[in-house]
Design a protein around this ligand. Structure first.
Ligand code: BGC
Length: 504
């Protein structure tokens, strides 16, 4: 719990002069932070939101002519999340009667931005073939319903639900995926750009790869290890995948611009500050530096400098990767001119060199004893601030949207007497908002913040046991109950000063 207390203490220093509305006030009533919020234009326009993804919430796997996705295959055909764990219902969000209630609930909380994804296999059931008008109509209605509630859409085109036919053709490891995604993106732009002006092209290539690799291990009959940072044997495949995903995003952006469409496009990257534990050896430090290269610099250097980091390219070459096209590919990604950077932030990661690793790139994630962690790793709002600072100083201060930030904690979400008091999640959110506000005061151009997630949902291969929502979902009855975090986040958005004590 030590780190947690330090984090809350950090929140106590936040004053009302933060650019963004909503103030985290000191629990002890620090007079500097008790005044109402500043209301600059930036504050007025700030998007306070929540996020979700199609496969995790929608259910309805064959409604309106949907094609199969790789996730239908993983869970329903191969039971990779355990027997009977399926996305067939999830939180029933494809159902209009259901989602209208959810929109009303979010509006009541004060959320003004909703990041959601549309499903590629709904829009193009075979991945490449004919467009499915019923799916287009569904999402157009959904967006209209959101906007009628004064919630602005942030539309993600791809949050991991690859059409099965394309996954079977190699997915992102096949360079043709660049053309596949470009075509899909063009269909999306043609059908939604009168309604939507903020798009996330792809979500988290890094974590998608880790999840896919875990699925492969489980299909091979092993329990498998979920490695966010690819280990040595996976390095070449991972970088090849990332290269194609980013080239696909660049191609979609180029097409959007060439057609003169209006809107802002970016990608949502899971950025993980890398830490060495006390007593790290020079080898551990070298592994940590390379892990930073693979998880963070690989993407940021390409987007903002048009080149891939030399140390990572050399490590891949050392593993036998064919890097011939990479320099030109990175230039193409740099020339795309994405309009903003989407940051998904959960934790910092401790990295060391595994014992007895063969020479060359070798990394291992671990958690030193006594470190306060959430399901997605060590809780470090200070590292969230450091990340903003790094992007501002090293990458030219791009516009940022926080596209995901949130946490799950074991045994935190029990419904007792009609209420869920999720103190740790609630504090996590306040501490991270504080860190973001501090970065804004220091000059970072952050224009929105989305909690992952609005609702409890299907956590991929980890099933329904890992809850991340501010709204509790009873997965048997579909009954929703806003948790304490939702209530406090709503008060923050509405401009009230809130404190960690409100989370108790
Ligand atoms: C993903 C989400 C996931 C969340 C919580 C992110 O990596 O984008 O789909 O549910 O983390 O683990």
């Amino acid at each position: 719990m030590n780190t947690s207390l330090a984090a809350v203490a950090a929140a106590m220093t936040i004053s009302a002069s933060a650019l963004a509305p909503g103030t985290v006030r000191a629990a002890d009533g620090d007079p500097a932070s008790t005044t109402a919020t500043s209301r600059s234009q930036a504050a007025e326009d700030f998007r306070w939101g929540a996020a979700s993804a199609a496969y995790q919430v929608e259910g309805a796997p064959s409604a309106d002519g949907k094609g199969r996705s790789v996730w239908d295959h993983y869970l329903d055909d191969r039971s990779l999340a355990g027997p009977g764990v399926s996305g067939a219902v999830a939180i029933n969000f494809y159902d209009r009667a259901q989602y209208l209630q959810d929109i009303a609930l979010m509006k009541r909380l004060g959320i003004n931005s909703y990041r959601f994804s549309i499903s590629w296999p709904r829009i193009l059931p075979d991945g490449q073939g004919p467009v499915n008008p019923a799916a287009i109509a569904h999402y157009r209605q959904f967006i209209a319903d959101l906007k009628a509630a004064d919630i602005q859409p942030m539309l993600t085109l791809y949050h991991w639900d690859m059409p099965l036919a394309l996954a079977e053709a190699g997915g992102w490891e096949n360079r043709d995926s660049i053309a596949w995604f470009k075509r899909y993106a063009e269909v999306v732009f043609a059908n939604f750009s009168d309604q939507v002006d903020l798009y996330v092209l792809v979500n988290e290539p890094l974590v998608e790869f880790g999840m896919k690799h875990l699925a492969e291990q489980r299909m091979a009959g092993e329990p498998g290890v979920f490695a966010i940072v690819p280990d040595g044997p996976q390095l070449t495949r991972a970088l090849t995948t990332f290269n194609h995903v980013m080239l696909a995003s660049a191609a979609a952006k180029a097409s959007f611009d060439a057609q003169g469409r209006q809107g802002r496009l970016g990608v949502a990257l899971p950025l993980f500050p890398v830490l060495n534990a006390e007593g790290a050896t020079p080898d551990d430090q070298a592994s940590a530096a390379l892990a930073d290269g693979v998880m963070n610099r690989w993407f940021l250097d390409a987007i903002y400098n048009g080149r891939y980091p030399e140390d990572v390219v050399a490590a891949a070459r050392d593993k036998g990767a064919d890097t011939t096209s990479w320099a030109a590919d990175a230039r193409t990604i740099g020339e795309a001119g994405f309009d903003y950077l989407g940051i998904n932030f959960y934790s910092a990661l401790y990295i060391r060199r595994p014992a007895q690793a063969p020479s060359g790139y070798a990394v291992e994630m671990f958690t030193p004893e006594g470190v306060y962690t959430a399901l997605n790793g060590p809780v470090r709002p200070d590292q969230f601030k450091a990340l903003f600072d790094r992007i501002r100083t090293d990458y030219g201060n791009p516009t940022i949207f926080v596209t995901e930030n949130g946490a799950g904690f074991p045994n935190e979400d029990t419904l007792i007497d009609g209420a869920v008091v999720d103190t740790r999640r609630c504090r996590y959110i306040l501490d991270h908002v504080s860190a973001m506000q501090a970065a804004i005061r220091d000059g970072s151009d952050v224009q929105g913040y989305h909690v992952w997630s609005s609702h409890d949902n299907l956590e991929w291969l980890f099933g329904y046991g890992s809850r991340f929502g501010m709204i509790h979902v009873d997965f048997d009855t579909q009954v929703r109950t806003p948790k304490r975090s939702a209530e406090v986040y709503g008060r923050l958005i509405r401009g009230e000063a809130v404190t960690a004590a409100d989370c108790e």
